[in-house]
Design a protein around this ligand. Structure first.
Ligand SMILES: [Zn+2]
Length: 108
């Protein structure tokens, strides 16, 4: 999977916008990225049936490019997660589905 053509951090909305080479653009909340942190510690916690501690106002403070993906630095001090491009795309898709579910819930 190729690197995104654009990565943009929206500090106000606490969202990350990712544009891919195929023209697709995804938007994912910082809290969603933090909850999906793929580092060993967070992965073990999720596999054990628990949840990663995430406050809704957690913010993405930094992005470090590492070739096949990005390492993200969050406002809670957590900076261990490395998000390969394919994983980032998957997390962003999950976020979109969650928003759609929430919207239909409001209408119903
Ligand atoms: Zn983590």
């Amino acid at each position: 999977m190729n690197a995104p053509t654009l990565l943009r951090v929206d500090a106000t909305a606490r969202a990350l916008t990712v544009s891919w080479a195929d023209g697709r653009t995804q938007r994912v909340a910082h809290a969603q990225l933090r909850a999906a942190c793929p580092c060993a510690e967070c992965t073990v916690r999720r596999r054990a049936g628990g949840q990663v501690d995430v406050t809704p106002d957690v913010a993405l403070l930094g992005i470090e490019a590492i070739g096949y993906g990005i390492r993200l630095l969050f406002s809670d001090g957590h900076a261990r997660g490395i998000y390969p491009w394919t994983y980032l795309a998957r997390v962003a898709e999950t976020e979109t589905e969650t928003q759609a579910d929430a919207a239909s819930g409001l209408v119903g």
